[in-house]
Design a protein around this ligand. Sequence first.
Ligand code: PLP
Length: 404
Amino acid sequence: MFDVSKIRQDFPILSREVNGKPLVYFDNAATSQTPVQVIQTIVDYYSRYNANIHRGVHTLSQEATDAYEKARGIIQKQFNAQHPHEVILTSGTTHGINIVAAGYATLLKAGDELLVSAMEHHSNIVPWQMLCEKTGALLKVIPMNTQGVLQMDVFETLLSSKTKLIFVNHVSNALGTINPIRQIIEKAHAVGAHVLIDGAQSTPHLKTDVQALDVDFFVTSAHKLCGPTGVGMLYGKSELLNALPPYQGGGEMIAEVTFEKTTYADLPHKFEAGTPNIAGGIAFGAALEYINQIGLENIAAYENELLEYATEQLGTIPGLQIYGQAAEKIAVISFNVDGIHPYDIGSILDKLGIAVRTGHHCAQPIMDFYKIPGTVRASFAFYNTREEIDLLVAGVKRALSMLQ
Ligand SMILES: *Cc1c(COP(=O)(O)O)cnc(C)c1O
């Protein structure tokens, strides 16, 4: 059913060498690799129907518009949004969060409260800090425990009628923790607060149904799920998106422009100023189709096996500590060994052709929590194998023999 050697043939990059060794790519949480099926949609677009969308009457422009809007439809269906216009195509997760954060500047007043989790990516922290500076709203933090699990009892004590917005990632990129977002959304709605979920790490592994979750805003990036960089989506409930002012002004986002007054276009165009990443949007749709054809359930089951195996094998290395021990987690392992700087381990692994991420993973508050400079992070995808994990374990041992 799940034939990893056949799947690997879809990814040309996996057959290259790095430093004379076959590439072992374990930096999937930073960006995933791209299958030929997706690469081909980009080549096809530029080879056959490259044109600006929503404007021309000519054939190329219509073909491009149709393909772009078809991709929006695929994205809508993937996340079960009620309407296609609730899917805003963005340049990625960061852009989506900034659209919402900038928009709320007009809706908040001093003393309003916003809640953020202790395990967020910087892109789900900094835009909200900027919003607080502008409005006088207060940012409060939902703490986590040493396992890397949110303290839901403390979360409940932070909620009040002052709480206006809560933003949490579905899955932590640095720890792999799957957060209880359904529960967070329910409790938030009970006090009248809205919730934005950062789905950048969950959408490659877990099915998302925005209507079943009743989530208010949901963001993700295509490049984390086999799509190209520079494209992503912001989902928002129609009435909430309608209540936000546009983020950028320009072409495409207007209904009518005069020097006296400009009226804005309807959703989704109100938030899509300028010529978008057309090839990227089309390829985003193709990436979802590719993933669906393998099946997210199959992907999750296979990745869980990899996670178990890697956790067990890395666990045999003396002094190795794994950060993020939640019962519910995705295939990400963040670790350190005996005070050795993660950068040193990462550099030696690179010499062996093994790509891992080292550092704070754009989540510095997590590193401060554990009082460490960073971690080595191996993050797995459905095209990785047990043999590659064996190479990682051998590589870490080799690094330690050189560094200890
Ligand atoms: C990657 C990531 C982001 C940022 O995504 P961009 O594509 O760089 O905008 C935000 N949050 C999480 C959890 C991520 O993993």
